[in-house]
Design a binder for this molecule. Structure first.
Ligand code: PLP
Length: 372
């Protein structure tokens, strides 16, 4: 064989290699007899990660996508022209913009309700095709009763799909499918990754037909997670529960400390009812006292241990202003309707020593005269 042909054909025999973790299958093509077919359809690293999410969510199917937004887009593709999508008012800004644009383009009716109130749930339109919401909500971490929404939506239309963006609670603390949701979705970029170094999206369901439709949509729209990201996420999932526990402990300590600060008007923390939501970690919202609102930028600049930016739910602490960050893509009127003001601060509590984080917050409050 010519050496150039040999270069093309050379393979190491891995039959007895027996690695203790699955290597990265960084290939697009598989041989004809392979069940994986083509990496845009399926890949061993993606499939292994999906098995991990099925175990965590205690569900039958999981579909991994390239990003959280790709998972949401894949979900929207289930809607046909003439359908009626209901969303909750408090929702991630990019999701809101996507819903508006998608619905306008495909002649889908969009209704925005406050599903955290019984009145909002009662206002569910009779022809609802899909209801999609986050709980706890972004921002303000209000709870939405998944079972109550599902009951009302199915009473209106038994074929209505109930979809919960469960990114913030994670399946460790909330399992939407057990409360009547048809589909749970996640930005894996957040807690599942936990290290701000990989993007991904996850859909979970017990409905086989639904899972099949989502896999097909993912295949034809080219939205599958890449093998390298799947491998990184699979590795992150090995420490997921430990990270979440540590994040949770630090978060409650900082919440309690913030509540005592004169520079803080209100601290937002979800209602852990022990039934739907059994725990919580990392994301805290608080409003700076009105007299300090002009010093917002100085407060953020004074923080030494909190990185700025839109990232969150990772091992390093972060600070963000939802008004100009996560909800920047919404207009003034929409923000006003949500009750989103410029005083709101979002903290993502990482795994630094909690006393160091508190000391950092204290000196930042000092610098803006919160204790004067
Ligand atoms: N859902 C929620 C609740 C989010 O916070 C985000 C991103 O911040 C997304 C979905 C989108 O996820 P991604 O950034 O992975 O596309």
């Amino acid at each position: 064989m010519h050496k150039l042909t040999q270069i093309l054909k050379q393979r190491v025999d891995t039959t007895n290699a027996a690695p203790v973790v699955t290597p990265i299958y960084q290939n697009s093509a598989f041989e004809a007899h392979s069940p994986f077919f083509y990496t845009r359809k399926n890949n061993p690293n993606v499939e292994e990660l999906e098995q991990v999410f099925c175990a965590l969510e205690e569900c039958a199917h999981s579909v991994c996508c390239s990003t959280g937004m790709a998972a949401i887009s894949n979900t929207l593709l289930l809607l046909k022209p003439g359908a009626h999508l209901v969303i909750n008012q408090l929702i991630y800004g990019c999701s809101y913009v996507l819903f508006e644009r998608f619905c306008e383009q495909y002649q889908i009716q969009l209704t925005v309700l406050d599903l955290s109130s019984p009145d909002g749930i009662s206002a569910m339109p009779e022809d609802v095709s899909m209801v999609l919401f986050e709980t706890p909500t972004n921002p303000f971490v209000r709870s939405i009763d998944i079972a109550a929404v599902a009951q009302r939506a199915k009473a209106c239309n038994p074929a209505c799909l109930v979809v919960v963006d469960n990114t913030w609670a994670t399946p460790l603390f909330q399992q939407p499918l057990l409360h009547g949701a048809d589909l749970a979705l996640y930005s894996a970029t957040k807690y599942f990754s936990g290290h701000s170094d990989v993007m991904g999206g996850v859909l979970t369901t017990n409905d086989e037909a639904l899972a099949q439709k989502l896999r097909e949509a993912r295949f034809y729209h080219g939205a599958i997670m890449d093998p390298n990201s799947a491998w990184l996420l699979r590795r992150s999932m090995q420490t997921f529960h430990i990270r979440m526990r540590a994040h949770g402990q630090a978060t409650t300590q900082i919440r309690d400390w913030l509540k005592l600060q004169s520079g803080v008007e209100e601290v937002f923390y979800p209602n852990i009812d022990g039934h739907q939501l059994t725990g919580y970690a990392t994301l805290l919202f608080f409003t700076l006292d009105a007299r300090l609102s002009e010093r917002y930028d100085d407060f953020v600049a004074a923080l030494q241990l909190f990185d700025t930016g839109t990232g969150m739910a990772c091992v390093t602490s972060m600070v963000a202003r939802p008004y100009t960050g996560s909800h920047a893509s919404m207009n003034e009127q929409q923000k006003q309707q949500m009750g989103l003001n410029r005083q709101l601060v979002r903290l993502s509590i990482g795994l630094e020593e909690v006393q160091d984080l508190i000391a950092d917050l204290r000196q930042a409050f000092d610098q803006i005269g919160a204790h004067d």
